[in-house]
Design a protein around this ligand. Structure first.
Ligand code: GLU
Length: 288
């Protein structure tokens, strides 16, 4: 049987520019796709208009190109609101309900690996406005991650999650539709989204969309905090690309070339010698 062509993707949120941690993520998904002769698509997660700055989108694309990571397609979430509407309409109404609980109440509920465990108090209240939740009791508790292997949560960690807020769609929902519309076959992303996969697979199943392969890589931490755009991580610069890429490949346990290469040759070498099985199977890796 011929396997369909590998299509990978990288999905940054343009609330900030690419820092070292997000460059590592882009690199993992790029090298995995190109090693398998696949396509590598870029998705800009710009549905949250308040936090997304158009200038950041332009600069993120420039940063990726400066690092030799050229996307085969560029997709903007903000251009797909109609698609989200139409897919939401395909979910049986009996599985959805509106919830009026505020953030403070939700945050007071116990935590699971997926977030605060919603207790379902709005489930049978028939509100006519609020956030849309999906009844999730039939969600699978486990999946097989290509890096971490069998990944599982407990029964009591499952809760009805939000797929649409009053005026914007939620990440878990958009991500499923986007991956489908971009023809993605392999999702390669940071371990902070490992358990989200269960909710995303549940939505795929409700919509009869194909199941994808997932590979989660460790997230970088400095002093045990995730490097995120909201913290003071600085945007990666082209001048440092050789040094940064060697550092990334070293952190990922990849074989480095034995002689000095130009940057473009280094990327070629990295594609040819890519071994996803050598990436550390840990949730976080620390750098100083
Ligand atoms: N935009 C998300 C983030 O930056 C990534 C979503 C994904 O890869 O599924 O965390």
């Amino acid at each position: 049987m011929t396997k369909e062509r590998y299509i990978g993707r990288f999905a940054p949120s343009p609330s900030g520019l690419l820092h070292f941690g997000s460059l590592l993520s882009a690199t993992v998904s790029y090298l995995d796709a190109k090693n398998k002769n696949g396509l590598w698509k870029l998705r800009i997660d710009d549905i949250d208009e308040e936090r997304s700055k158009p200038q950041n989108t332009i600069e993120i694309i420039n940063q990726l190109k400066a690092y030799g990571l050229f996307p085969d397609e560029i997709y903007h979430q903000s251009e797909h609101i109609k698609d989200y509407e139409s897919y939401l309409n395909k979910i049986p109404k009996s599985l959805l309900y509106l919830c009026k609980c505020n953030r403070k109440r939700i945050q007071s509920l116990p935590q699971s690996k997926l977030g605060n465990i919603y207790d379902g108090i709005c489930r049978d209240l028939d509100h006519n406005s609020g956030s849309t939740r999906v009844r999730s009791m039939n969600m699978s508790k486990k999946f097989y991650d290509l890096n971490f292997g069998e990944t599982q949560i407990n029964d009591e960690e499952i809760y009805d999650f939000i797929i649409k807020r009053k005026d914007s769609f939620a990440y878990q929902f958009c991500c499923v539709i986007d991956d489908f519309l971009q023809g993605v076959t392999n999702v390669t992303r940071g371990s902070d989204l490992l358990y989200s996969t269960l909710q995303q697979r549940f939505i795929q199943k409700l919509l009869n969309l194909p199941e994808l392969d997932y590979f989660h890589h460790p997230v970088l931490v400095i002093d045990s905090k995730k490097i995120s755009k909201s913290e003071d991580a600085t945007p990666v610069k082209k001048e440092n690309r050789l040094k940064n890429m060697i550092k990334i490949l070293t952190l990922l346990n990849q074989t480095l070339p034995s002689q000095k290469l130009s940057y473009d040759e280094l990327i070629k070498h990295a594609i040819q010698n890519w071994e996803s099985k050598d990436i550390p199977k840990v949730m976080n890796i620390s750098i100083s």
